[in-house]
Write a protein that binds this ligand. Structure first.
Ligand code: FE
Length: 226
C-alpha cells in the first residue's frame, strides 16, 4: 500500500493520499486547493491514477481542492450523505464501503463538529476529519455543530474501534502526525469526562475565535472549491 500524509502550513490541514500499489488507483482525502499542483506532481511521480477524492466535511478554515482535482484528473468526488454540497457525485451513507482496487474504506457518520462530518476507516487507519483530533476534538460551535452529537460520535463510535487503530486527523496544530485510539482514550484531555453533560459543558465554553474567512471558505466548499 502507498500512504502519504501531506501537510498544509497555512491551515495546518492534513491531506492523505492512498493507493494499493504503484501504478494503480489512488484516493485523496481532504485536499487543499492551494496544494493541488503538488498532489498532481506526486501522483505523476508515483504513476498513480487519481480516481476518488473525499472531503470529510465542509471545511471552514480552508478551501477544498476537490473540484480542481476533478477538473485535472476526472476523479469522482465523494462526501457523506449529510453534505450540503450539491455537486458531490457520490454521497455515501453510514457504514457504506468505498472501493479502491483491493482496498475497502468504510464510511462512518460522525456528526458533531459539523452536521455533515464523516470519518473513514481503512483497515486499522482511521481518518477522523475534525471529529477526533490528537489531544483534542473538533469544535462544535458552527455549521450546525453539536457537542452532544460529537460526544456520541466520539465515545459510541470512534472509541469503540480497536485500541491499536491508527488515528489520522484532518488537522494538527502542534506537529503531531499520528496517534492511536488507545492513546487518545488514555491521554486526550477532552476525553477524560464522566458524562455527556460534562463534555457538552467543556465544548460550549471554549470561547474560540472564528476561523479567518469562514464565510467565504464555506461558500466555496459547498461548491467543492469551484
Ligand atoms: Fe473542520
Amino acid at each position: 500500500m502507498i500512504f502519504k500524509q501531506l501537510f498544509d502550513q497555512k491551515s495546518s490541514t492534513y491531506t492523505y493520499l492512498i493507493a494499493s500499489a504503484k501504478g494503480r488507483e489512488a484516493l485523496i482525502i481532504d485536499p487543499v486547493i492551494e496544494n493541488v499542483n503538488q498532489y498532481v506532481q506526486l501522483l505523476k511521480e508515483l504513476n498513480l491514477n487519481l480516481v476518488k477524492v473525499i472531503d470529510t466535511h465542509i471545511h471552514a478554515d480552508h478551501v477544498t481542492g476537490a473540484s480542481k482535482l476533478k477538473d485535472i484528473t476526472k476523479c469522482i468526488t465523494i462526501m457523506g450523505d449529510h453534505s450540503p454540497a450539491n455537486t458531490v457525485e457520490i454521497k455515501v451513507k453510514d457504514d457504506e464501503y468505498i472501493n479502491l482496487d483491493t482496498l475497502k474504506i468504510r464510511a462512518m457518520y460522525t456528526p458533531g463538529h459539523t452536521s455533515d462530518s464523516y470519518s473513514f476507516l481503512m483497515d486499522n487507519y482511521l481518518f477522523s476529519g475534525d471529529t477526533l483530533l490528537i489531544n483534542g476534538t473538533g469544535r462544535t460551535d458552527f455549521q450546525n455543530g453539536n457537542a452532544k452529537d460529537a460526544y456520541n460520535s466520539i465515545f459510541n463510535k470512534l472509541l469503540k474501534l480497536p485500541e491499536e487503530t491508527f488515528l489520522y486527523p484532518a488537522h494538527d496544530y502542534k506537529g503531531e502526525k499520528v496517534s492511536t485510539i488507545g492513546k487518545e482514550k488514555k491521554q486526550n484531555p477532552r476525553l477524560q469526562v464522566n458524562s455527556v453533560d460534562e463534555y457538552v459543558e467543556i465544548m460550549n465554553n471554549l470561547n474560540l475565535k472564528k476561523p479567518a474567512e469562514i464565510e467565504t471558505n464555506v461558500a466555496k466548499n459547498i461548491r467543492l472549491g469551484a
